[in-house]
Design a protein around this ligand. Sequence first.
Ligand code: ATP
Length: 581
Amino acid sequence: MYIVKKKIKGKEYFYLRRSVREGDKVKSKNVAYLGKEKEVAEKRAEEIIKNLEKKVKKREDKEKEDGKIKLKGKMKKENEEKLEEIARIARKRGFFFQTARIYGGKAGFYTYGHLGKALKLDWENLWRKFFLQEENFYEIQSNNILPEKVFEASGHLKNFNDPLVECKKCHFRFRADQFLEDKGIEDTETLSIEKMSKIIKEKNFRCPKCGGNLGEVKWFNMMFPVPIGFNNEKGYLSPETAQASYLAFKEEFEATRNKLPLGLAIIDKAYRNEISPRQLFFRLREFTQAELQIFFDPEKINEHNNWNQVKEKKLRLKLAREKEIKEIRCEELNKKFGLPKFYLYYASKIQNFYLKILKIPLEKFRFRELSKEERAFYNKIHFDVELDLETMGGFKEVAGLHYRTDHDLKGHQKVSKENLEIYYENKRFIPHVLELSFGVDRNIWALLDVFYSVGKEGGIFKFPPKLAPYKLAVLPLIKNKKEFVELAREIYNQLKEEFSCFYDESGSIGRRYARQDEVGTPFCITIDGESLKRKDVTIRDRDTTEQIRVKIKDLKETLKKLLEKEIKFREAGKRISTRKK
Ligand code: ATP
């Protein structure tokens, strides 16, 4: 708020004004008349502002007491800054940026730049290697466009809806459940559209853009329609990769010699016409899923060949009826909580993937059980995998483990009229499905959030070497000495055959190190004056900035071991002091 002086017919009048956003414009509005004298006006303004602040605080305290708003404060601001900084580095250094920016872009569509794509490929390959090493588990590839009948059978046509509300004045449309959540209403996912409309009316919630009255909440189907061929046959961009695996099941079951369990994985795009795809990378309209459908005999749900490997392992989870996160042994989860062994085996596997492979700290990981009201009706058991992400304000879903029963195959059998039963171990039945469903882009954002840290020179991504987009950078100490550059290029050419590697000769060595730290390159190799004489180079460690000297002939082997964490950095070569004399 601010004081303005107005001169009317030669006399001075003071007013208190404030700036208000109306749509895209910021307007100035009168709050109070303060009188004709400057000193009195200043005093009055001070009092008015104090009283207003008191009122706001009182309201916030009350809301906090009611448990209706999330605490706002220092942490939140820090996290907002962190989000902005990550987004800035991502854009500037080529992790990701908005698609078609030159045309204004469209919310929910992003392009992976060269570093983002490398990170995504590493994530996907680690996922493949970890989940598809089991017997009779395969990756397949299908189509993104599927005929309407598929979604009639799966139920997407009828049920894949989000609640939409529209402002009667400015016609701004947005997601009603998210809007209510922001207003402090709890468990919005379980509310019917009638209940949402009622809350909006009762609480007199208004349009966040123009303050206008809101209409009734309606369902909005999130699939993108795609007319196929000259007859404009109805098709849709698939909102999940899973359906393509169900369509391929019969062929794959026969081609892989009629065995269960059968795992069919797809890593591909999914499309959802999200109403308000905010949160940057978290809610996209076109995104990548890595999904594994495991077809199994429902009579064997309480067994798994490798149960003994996991029964003593503890899972970190929040059960639907409990408030706290607990660590509970798989055996106990099976006996006391009735979760089947087949389900628990894969839950344990997912936890291992996050903790052991991606190196996510334990306290940032949890499973969250969805209550009956929250989960889709066909999911008999549903736990989300959630990671605690500062930039997203707490634990957020990045994957899910869904026991989908025979819902999908039965649906396809009914609509297609094709018999999808199998004959296996002397009986005929429709197999059940356990689905492991990961949103790849959300996982990529999670890596940026979790491994971001602030170093002396600014933000650094401390990615585990397996995930770092560049594993190495080769840097000649100075670029105007021909011999340095020649040797540096020779080393770079050798290393890039095996590692993803970046060559950089421009700018001071300090800046070049900082640039590599910023994108998370674990090791920098520097060629200096000594290198020519002694045929060795320095390796610099991103996390400690320590340096060692290593003979060029041993370089590849040493780097391999360092990247695989088979040797400690200090033991990999001769340590050198980097302190300036
Ligand atoms: P949400 O509740 O956040 O809308 P969902 O429960 O509908 O997600 P699923 O249908 O279970 O999500 O999809 C599996 C995974 O796909 C999710 O765990 C998430 O990681 C990812 N995912 C879903 N929707 C999006 C989206 N709009 N943008 C990016 N990733 C998504």
